[in-house]
Design a protein around this ligand. Structure first.
Ligand code: NAI
Ligand code: MG
Length: 365
Protein backbone atom coordinates (compact mmCIF):
# COMPACT_ATOMS: atom_id res chain seq x y z
CA UNK A 1 0.00 0.00 0.00
CA UNK A 2 1.36 3.40 -0.95
CA UNK A 3 0.56 6.95 0.16
CA UNK A 4 0.19 7.90 -3.45
CA UNK A 5 0.52 6.34 -6.88
CA UNK A 6 2.36 8.06 -9.71
CA UNK A 7 0.37 7.78 -12.92
CA UNK A 8 1.82 8.92 -16.24
CA UNK A 9 -1.10 10.14 -18.36
CA UNK A 10 -0.76 10.42 -22.13
CA UNK A 11 -3.97 11.60 -23.74
CA UNK A 12 -2.76 11.22 -27.34
CA UNK A 13 -4.63 12.13 -30.52
CA UNK A 14 -8.18 12.31 -31.87
CA UNK A 15 -10.70 11.16 -29.29
CA UNK A 16 -7.85 10.23 -26.90
CA UNK A 17 -8.02 13.48 -24.85
CA UNK A 18 -11.84 13.55 -25.02
CA UNK A 19 -12.14 10.26 -23.14
CA UNK A 20 -8.93 10.17 -21.13
CA UNK A 21 -9.21 13.57 -19.42
CA UNK A 22 -12.64 12.95 -17.82
CA UNK A 23 -11.58 9.44 -16.77
CA UNK A 24 -9.15 10.99 -14.27
CA UNK A 25 -11.99 12.78 -12.49
CA UNK A 26 -14.04 9.59 -12.41
CA UNK A 27 -11.18 7.66 -10.78
CA UNK A 28 -10.71 10.40 -8.16
CA UNK A 29 -14.45 10.35 -7.42
CA UNK A 30 -14.45 6.55 -7.13
CA UNK A 31 -11.48 6.64 -4.75
CA UNK A 32 -13.15 9.35 -2.65
CA UNK A 33 -9.71 10.83 -2.31
CA UNK A 34 -8.03 13.44 -4.47
CA UNK A 35 -4.27 13.00 -4.64
CA UNK A 36 -4.09 9.24 -4.00
CA UNK A 37 -3.58 9.00 -7.74
CA UNK A 38 -0.99 11.60 -8.70
CA UNK A 39 -1.73 12.34 -12.34
CA UNK A 40 1.09 13.77 -14.46
CA UNK A 41 0.31 14.50 -18.08
CA UNK A 42 2.93 14.00 -20.80
CA UNK A 43 2.80 14.54 -24.57
CA UNK A 44 3.13 11.85 -27.24
CA UNK A 45 1.45 10.99 -30.49
CA UNK A 46 1.03 12.06 -34.08
CA UNK A 47 -0.11 15.59 -33.30
CA UNK A 48 2.89 16.18 -31.05
CA UNK A 49 5.07 14.83 -33.87
CA UNK A 50 3.52 17.28 -36.33
CA UNK A 51 4.21 20.15 -33.93
CA UNK A 52 7.70 19.18 -32.77
CA UNK A 53 9.08 16.40 -34.98
CA UNK A 54 9.11 14.02 -32.00
CA UNK A 55 6.21 11.59 -31.48
CA UNK A 56 7.45 10.07 -28.23
CA UNK A 57 9.76 12.48 -26.34
CA UNK A 58 12.49 11.18 -24.07
CA UNK A 59 10.92 12.86 -21.02
CA UNK A 60 7.64 11.02 -21.67
CA UNK A 61 9.53 7.72 -22.03
CA UNK A 62 11.32 8.22 -18.74
CA UNK A 63 8.12 9.19 -16.95
CA UNK A 64 6.35 6.10 -18.29
CA UNK A 65 9.15 3.82 -17.13
CA UNK A 66 9.22 5.39 -13.66
CA UNK A 67 5.45 5.57 -13.09
CA UNK A 68 3.39 3.08 -11.10
CA UNK A 69 1.09 2.84 -14.12
CA UNK A 70 0.44 4.52 -17.47
CA UNK A 71 -3.00 5.65 -18.57
CA UNK A 72 -3.49 6.36 -22.28
CA UNK A 73 -6.35 7.52 -24.49
CA UNK A 74 -5.33 6.63 -28.03
CA UNK A 75 -2.82 7.89 -30.57
CA UNK A 76 -2.39 8.05 -34.30
CA UNK A 77 -3.40 10.12 -37.29
CA UNK A 78 -3.67 8.16 -40.54
CA UNK A 79 -1.05 9.45 -42.95
CA UNK A 80 1.33 10.73 -40.28
CA UNK A 81 3.97 8.11 -40.94
CA UNK A 82 7.65 7.27 -40.70
CA UNK A 83 9.66 6.98 -43.92
CA UNK A 84 8.99 3.20 -43.96
CA UNK A 85 5.23 3.81 -44.04
CA UNK A 86 4.41 2.74 -40.44
CA UNK A 87 2.44 5.17 -38.27
CA UNK A 88 4.15 7.58 -35.88
CA UNK A 89 1.23 7.53 -33.44
CA UNK A 90 1.66 3.88 -32.59
CA UNK A 91 5.23 4.39 -31.35
CA UNK A 92 3.98 5.27 -27.89
CA UNK A 93 2.17 1.99 -27.40
CA UNK A 94 4.65 -0.22 -29.24
CA UNK A 95 7.84 1.22 -27.75
CA UNK A 96 6.39 1.00 -24.23
CA UNK A 97 5.32 -2.58 -24.86
CA UNK A 98 8.82 -3.64 -25.81
CA UNK A 99 10.99 -1.45 -23.57
CA UNK A 100 8.85 -2.05 -20.46
CA UNK A 101 8.29 -5.70 -21.42
CA UNK A 102 4.49 -5.48 -21.12
CA UNK A 103 4.15 -9.07 -22.18
CA UNK A 104 0.49 -9.69 -21.32
CA UNK A 105 -2.32 -7.87 -23.10
CA UNK A 106 -5.47 -8.71 -21.20
CA UNK A 107 -8.75 -7.88 -22.94
CA UNK A 108 -11.92 -8.69 -21.03
CA UNK A 109 -14.92 -9.24 -23.32
CA UNK A 110 -18.25 -8.91 -21.58
CA UNK A 111 -21.77 -8.32 -22.88
CA UNK A 112 -23.48 -5.81 -20.60
CA UNK A 113 -27.19 -5.47 -19.89
CA UNK A 114 -28.72 -2.79 -22.09
CA UNK A 115 -26.27 -3.18 -24.97
CA UNK A 116 -27.65 -4.57 -28.22
CA UNK A 117 -25.69 -7.66 -29.18
CA UNK A 118 -25.29 -8.09 -32.95
CA UNK A 119 -25.52 -11.87 -32.46
CA UNK A 120 -29.10 -13.10 -32.57
CA UNK A 121 -30.53 -14.37 -29.30
CA UNK A 122 -27.45 -13.71 -27.14
CA UNK A 123 -28.26 -12.09 -23.80
CA UNK A 124 -26.25 -10.09 -21.26
CA UNK A 125 -23.94 -12.31 -19.25
CA UNK A 126 -23.77 -14.93 -21.98
CA UNK A 127 -20.53 -13.46 -23.32
CA UNK A 128 -17.91 -13.17 -20.62
CA UNK A 129 -14.37 -14.21 -21.48
CA UNK A 130 -10.85 -12.83 -21.55
CA UNK A 131 -8.55 -12.66 -24.55
CA UNK A 132 -4.96 -12.99 -23.32
CA UNK A 133 -2.80 -11.72 -26.12
CA UNK A 134 0.97 -12.28 -26.11
CA UNK A 135 2.23 -8.74 -26.36
CA UNK A 136 6.02 -8.84 -26.54
CA UNK A 137 6.93 -11.16 -29.42
CA UNK A 138 5.19 -13.00 -32.25
CA UNK A 139 4.78 -11.16 -35.52
CA UNK A 140 4.71 -7.65 -34.07
CA UNK A 141 8.13 -7.98 -32.46
CA UNK A 142 9.39 -7.76 -36.03
CA UNK A 143 8.52 -4.06 -36.14
CA UNK A 144 11.79 -2.42 -37.12
CA UNK A 145 13.47 -5.78 -37.78
CA UNK A 146 11.59 -6.63 -40.95
CA UNK A 147 13.20 -5.86 -44.28
CA UNK A 148 12.35 -4.74 -47.76
CA UNK A 149 14.56 -6.48 -50.28
CA UNK A 150 15.49 -4.38 -53.34
CA UNK A 151 11.96 -2.95 -53.48
CA UNK A 152 10.72 -6.38 -54.56
CA UNK A 153 9.99 -8.35 -51.42
CA UNK A 154 9.17 -7.54 -47.78
CA UNK A 155 9.80 -9.90 -44.87
CA UNK A 156 8.65 -9.73 -41.21
CA UNK A 157 9.85 -12.67 -39.09
CA UNK A 158 7.50 -14.27 -36.54
CA UNK A 159 9.43 -15.22 -33.43
CA UNK A 160 8.08 -17.11 -30.42
CA UNK A 161 10.38 -18.08 -27.54
CA UNK A 162 9.90 -20.65 -24.81
CA UNK A 163 10.17 -17.93 -22.16
CA UNK A 164 7.64 -15.72 -23.95
CA UNK A 165 5.10 -18.51 -24.44
CA UNK A 166 5.51 -19.91 -20.94
CA UNK A 167 4.79 -16.64 -19.18
CA UNK A 168 1.75 -15.71 -21.26
CA UNK A 169 0.24 -19.18 -20.94
CA UNK A 170 0.82 -19.10 -17.19
CA UNK A 171 -0.93 -15.73 -17.00
CA UNK A 172 -3.91 -17.22 -18.88
CA UNK A 173 -4.19 -20.14 -16.45
CA UNK A 174 -3.95 -17.80 -13.44
CA UNK A 175 -6.79 -15.67 -14.84
CA UNK A 176 -8.87 -18.81 -15.42
CA UNK A 177 -8.29 -19.88 -11.83
CA UNK A 178 -9.57 -16.52 -10.56
CA UNK A 179 -12.59 -16.60 -12.89
CA UNK A 180 -16.11 -17.97 -12.60
CA UNK A 181 -15.68 -20.13 -15.71
CA UNK A 182 -17.44 -20.02 -19.05
CA UNK A 183 -21.04 -18.69 -19.05
CA UNK A 184 -22.37 -21.79 -20.88
CA UNK A 185 -21.33 -24.40 -18.31
CA UNK A 186 -19.32 -22.73 -15.54
CA UNK A 187 -16.22 -24.70 -16.58
CA UNK A 188 -12.92 -22.92 -16.10
CA UNK A 189 -11.17 -23.45 -19.39
CA UNK A 190 -8.19 -22.11 -21.31
CA UNK A 191 -8.35 -22.24 -25.10
CA UNK A 192 -5.04 -22.22 -26.95
CA UNK A 193 -5.65 -20.38 -30.22
CA UNK A 194 -2.98 -20.89 -32.88
CA UNK A 195 -2.16 -22.14 -36.37
CA UNK A 196 -0.25 -25.21 -35.22
CA UNK A 197 -1.48 -27.25 -38.15
CA UNK A 198 0.56 -25.17 -40.62
CA UNK A 199 3.32 -23.15 -38.96
CA UNK A 200 6.23 -24.32 -36.84
CA UNK A 201 6.15 -21.32 -34.49
CA UNK A 202 2.53 -21.99 -33.54
CA UNK A 203 3.14 -25.73 -33.13
CA UNK A 204 5.83 -24.74 -30.63
CA UNK A 205 3.35 -22.40 -28.90
CA UNK A 206 0.98 -25.35 -28.50
CA UNK A 207 3.75 -27.64 -27.25
CA UNK A 208 4.74 -25.19 -24.50
CA UNK A 209 1.03 -24.62 -23.72
CA UNK A 210 0.68 -28.38 -23.06
CA UNK A 211 3.71 -28.35 -20.76
CA UNK A 212 2.46 -25.41 -18.68
CA UNK A 213 -1.08 -26.87 -18.54
CA UNK A 214 0.27 -29.81 -16.48
CA UNK A 215 0.68 -27.37 -13.57
CA UNK A 216 -3.06 -26.53 -13.66
CA UNK A 217 -4.88 -29.88 -13.60
CA UNK A 218 -8.13 -28.26 -12.39
CA UNK A 219 -8.47 -26.12 -15.55
CA UNK A 220 -9.87 -27.65 -18.74
CA UNK A 221 -7.81 -27.10 -21.89
CA UNK A 222 -8.60 -27.14 -25.58
CA UNK A 223 -7.17 -25.95 -28.89
CA UNK A 224 -8.67 -23.77 -31.59
CA UNK A 225 -7.14 -22.99 -34.96
CA UNK A 226 -7.33 -19.24 -35.58
CA UNK A 227 -9.57 -19.36 -38.66
CA UNK A 228 -12.14 -21.59 -36.96
CA UNK A 229 -11.82 -19.45 -33.83
CA UNK A 230 -13.24 -16.41 -35.62
CA UNK A 231 -16.31 -18.51 -36.44
CA UNK A 232 -16.66 -19.94 -32.92
CA UNK A 233 -16.55 -16.47 -31.35
CA UNK A 234 -19.59 -15.55 -33.42
CA UNK A 235 -21.51 -18.83 -33.16
CA UNK A 236 -20.85 -19.96 -29.57
CA UNK A 237 -19.24 -17.14 -27.57
CA UNK A 238 -20.64 -18.40 -24.25
CA UNK A 239 -18.35 -21.45 -24.45
CA UNK A 240 -15.26 -19.35 -23.79
CA UNK A 241 -13.56 -18.46 -20.51
CA UNK A 242 -9.92 -17.55 -21.24
CA UNK A 243 -8.32 -17.60 -24.70
CA UNK A 244 -4.53 -17.37 -25.00
CA UNK A 245 -2.88 -16.55 -28.30
CA UNK A 246 0.02 -15.03 -30.22
CA UNK A 247 0.34 -11.27 -30.69
CA UNK A 248 -1.22 -10.70 -34.13
CA UNK A 249 -3.96 -13.30 -33.68
CA UNK A 250 -4.84 -11.66 -30.35
CA UNK A 251 -5.01 -8.26 -32.02
CA UNK A 252 -7.43 -9.54 -34.63
CA UNK A 253 -9.73 -11.67 -32.50
CA UNK A 254 -10.01 -9.02 -29.80
CA UNK A 255 -11.56 -6.58 -32.30
CA UNK A 256 -13.90 -9.28 -33.54
CA UNK A 257 -14.77 -10.08 -29.92
CA UNK A 258 -15.36 -6.38 -29.20
CA UNK A 259 -17.84 -6.24 -32.09
CA UNK A 260 -19.87 -9.04 -30.49
CA UNK A 261 -20.33 -7.03 -27.26
CA UNK A 262 -21.39 -3.79 -28.90
CA UNK A 263 -18.28 -2.39 -30.52
CA UNK A 264 -14.76 -1.17 -29.95
CA UNK A 265 -15.95 1.72 -27.81
CA UNK A 266 -16.79 -0.70 -25.01
CA UNK A 267 -13.64 -2.81 -24.90
CA UNK A 268 -10.97 -2.18 -22.26
CA UNK A 269 -7.38 -3.36 -22.37
CA UNK A 270 -4.60 -3.88 -19.84
CA UNK A 271 -1.00 -4.41 -20.89
CA UNK A 272 1.10 -5.61 -18.02
CA UNK A 273 4.59 -6.86 -17.34
CA UNK A 274 6.36 -7.65 -14.10
CA UNK A 275 6.33 -4.14 -12.65
CA UNK A 276 4.81 -1.85 -15.31
CA UNK A 277 1.30 -1.54 -16.68
CA UNK A 278 -0.23 0.43 -19.56
CA UNK A 279 -4.00 0.86 -19.63
CA UNK A 280 -5.90 2.11 -22.65
CA UNK A 281 -9.10 1.23 -24.47
CA UNK A 282 -8.80 -1.28 -27.32
CA UNK A 283 -9.83 1.23 -29.94
CA UNK A 284 -7.78 3.87 -31.76
CA UNK A 285 -8.06 7.64 -32.09
CA UNK A 286 -11.27 7.46 -34.20
CA UNK A 287 -10.46 10.48 -36.42
CA UNK A 288 -13.89 10.19 -38.07
CA UNK A 289 -15.65 11.29 -34.88
CA UNK A 290 -12.88 13.29 -33.14
CA UNK A 291 -13.83 16.77 -31.93
CA UNK A 292 -17.56 16.08 -31.96
CA UNK A 293 -17.86 15.17 -28.29
CA UNK A 294 -19.54 11.85 -29.06
CA UNK A 295 -16.77 9.35 -28.33
CA UNK A 296 -17.97 6.41 -26.28
CA UNK A 297 -16.09 6.64 -22.95
CA UNK A 298 -16.96 3.18 -21.58
CA UNK A 299 -13.87 1.37 -22.95
CA UNK A 300 -11.67 4.04 -21.39
CA UNK A 301 -13.57 3.95 -18.10
CA UNK A 302 -13.30 0.15 -17.90
CA UNK A 303 -9.57 0.40 -18.72
CA UNK A 304 -9.15 2.75 -15.75
CA UNK A 305 -10.90 0.13 -13.60
CA UNK A 306 -8.41 -2.46 -14.89
CA UNK A 307 -5.60 -0.11 -13.79
CA UNK A 308 -7.04 0.24 -10.29
CA UNK A 309 -7.44 -3.54 -10.02
CA UNK A 310 -3.89 -4.22 -11.14
CA UNK A 311 -2.41 -1.58 -8.81
CA UNK A 312 -4.70 -2.72 -5.98
CA UNK A 313 -3.69 -6.39 -6.27
CA UNK A 314 0.00 -5.58 -6.78
CA UNK A 315 0.17 -3.29 -3.74
CA UNK A 316 -2.33 -5.02 -1.48
CA UNK A 317 -4.45 -1.86 -1.50
CA UNK A 318 -8.16 -2.48 -0.91
CA UNK A 319 -8.99 1.19 -1.49
CA UNK A 320 -8.08 0.78 -5.15
CA UNK A 321 -9.95 -2.52 -5.50
CA UNK A 322 -13.07 -0.90 -4.01
CA UNK A 323 -12.80 2.02 -6.43
CA UNK A 324 -12.44 -0.37 -9.39
CA UNK A 325 -15.60 -2.15 -8.23
CA UNK A 326 -17.49 1.16 -8.00
CA UNK A 327 -16.46 2.13 -11.53
CA UNK A 328 -17.52 -1.24 -12.96
CA UNK A 329 -20.86 -1.09 -11.15
CA UNK A 330 -21.45 2.47 -12.39
CA UNK A 331 -20.59 1.43 -15.96
CA UNK A 332 -22.90 -1.58 -15.81
CA UNK A 333 -25.74 0.56 -14.42
CA UNK A 334 -25.09 3.36 -16.91
CA UNK A 335 -25.36 0.94 -19.84
CA UNK A 336 -28.38 -0.89 -18.40
CA UNK A 337 -30.16 2.46 -18.01
CA UNK A 338 -29.34 3.45 -21.59
CA UNK A 339 -26.88 6.27 -20.91
CA UNK A 340 -25.00 5.90 -24.17
CA UNK A 341 -23.29 7.72 -27.02
CA UNK A 342 -24.50 7.51 -30.67
CA UNK A 343 -22.29 4.50 -31.59
CA UNK A 344 -24.53 2.49 -29.21
CA UNK A 345 -27.68 4.17 -30.54
CA UNK A 346 -27.74 6.52 -27.57
CA UNK A 347 -28.27 10.26 -27.60
CA UNK A 348 -25.77 11.46 -25.01
CA UNK A 349 -22.44 13.20 -25.44
CA UNK A 350 -19.22 11.88 -23.91
CA UNK A 351 -19.46 14.55 -21.20
CA UNK A 352 -23.05 13.69 -20.32
CA UNK A 353 -22.23 10.00 -19.90
CA UNK A 354 -19.22 10.85 -17.76
CA UNK A 355 -21.23 13.19 -15.52
CA UNK A 356 -23.72 10.39 -14.90
CA UNK A 357 -20.96 7.91 -14.05
CA UNK A 358 -19.28 10.39 -11.68
CA UNK A 359 -22.65 10.96 -9.97
CA UNK A 360 -23.09 7.22 -9.57
CA UNK A 361 -19.68 6.47 -8.02
CA UNK A 362 -20.03 9.46 -5.70
CA UNK A 363 -23.36 8.15 -4.45
CA UNK A 364 -22.17 4.58 -3.79
CA UNK A 365 -21.31 2.98 -0.46
P1 NAI B 1 -10.38 3.19 -34.48
O1 NAI B 1 -10.53 2.24 -33.35
O2 NAI B 1 -9.83 4.51 -34.15
O3 NAI B 1 -11.82 3.38 -35.18
C1 NAI B 1 -12.54 2.32 -35.81
C2 NAI B 1 -14.03 2.68 -35.85
O4 NAI B 1 -14.59 2.58 -34.54
C3 NAI B 1 -14.30 4.13 -36.30
O5 NAI B 1 -15.46 4.17 -37.05
C4 NAI B 1 -14.48 4.88 -34.99
O6 NAI B 1 -15.32 6.00 -35.09
C5 NAI B 1 -15.10 3.81 -34.09
N1 NAI B 1 -14.72 4.01 -32.70
C6 NAI B 1 -13.54 3.68 -32.12
N2 NAI B 1 -13.52 4.04 -30.84
C7 NAI B 1 -14.73 4.61 -30.58
C8 NAI B 1 -15.31 5.20 -29.43
N3 NAI B 1 -14.66 5.26 -28.27
N4 NAI B 1 -16.57 5.70 -29.54
C9 NAI B 1 -17.25 5.62 -30.69
N5 NAI B 1 -16.74 5.08 -31.81
C10 NAI B 1 -15.49 4.59 -31.75
O7 NAI B 1 -9.49 2.45 -35.59
P2 NAI B 1 -8.91 2.99 -36.98
O8 NAI B 1 -9.89 3.89 -37.63
O9 NAI B 1 -8.43 1.79 -37.66
O10 NAI B 1 -7.62 3.84 -36.58
C11 NAI B 1 -7.63 5.27 -36.39
C12 NAI B 1 -6.28 5.70 -35.85
O11 NAI B 1 -6.08 5.13 -34.55
C13 NAI B 1 -5.12 5.24 -36.70
O12 NAI B 1 -4.18 6.29 -36.74
C14 NAI B 1 -4.60 4.03 -35.96
O13 NAI B 1 -3.24 3.77 -36.22
C15 NAI B 1 -4.83 4.47 -34.53
N6 NAI B 1 -4.90 3.37 -33.56
C16 NAI B 1 -4.32 3.59 -32.35
C17 NAI B 1 -4.38 2.65 -31.36
C18 NAI B 1 -3.75 2.96 -30.05
O14 NAI B 1 -3.55 4.11 -29.71
N7 NAI B 1 -3.42 1.99 -29.27
C19 NAI B 1 -5.06 1.36 -31.57
C20 NAI B 1 -5.70 1.25 -32.87
C21 NAI B 1 -5.60 2.22 -33.81
MG1 MG C 1 -5.75 -3.58 -32.58
Amino acid sequence: MKDRYEIAVVHGDGIGPEICRPALGLVDAALRQDGLMHWSEYPAGAEHFQATGDGFPEATRKACAAADAILHGAAGIPGVVHPDGTEVGLDFTLVNRFTLDLYANIRPIRLYEGVACPLAGVKAGEIDYIVVRENSEGLYAARGAGSLLRGEMAVDPLVQTRKGIERIVRKAFELAQQSKGAPSDGVRRVTCCDKANVLRSYAFFRQVFDEVALDYPDIETEYAIIDAMTMHLVLRPSHYNVIVTENMFGDIISDLAAATIGGLGLAPSAEVGVSNGLFQPSHGSAPDIAGKGVANPYGMVLSAAEMLDWLGHGNGDDRLLAAAGRIRTAAAEGLAEGHMTPDLKGKLSTGEVMDILVGKVAGMA
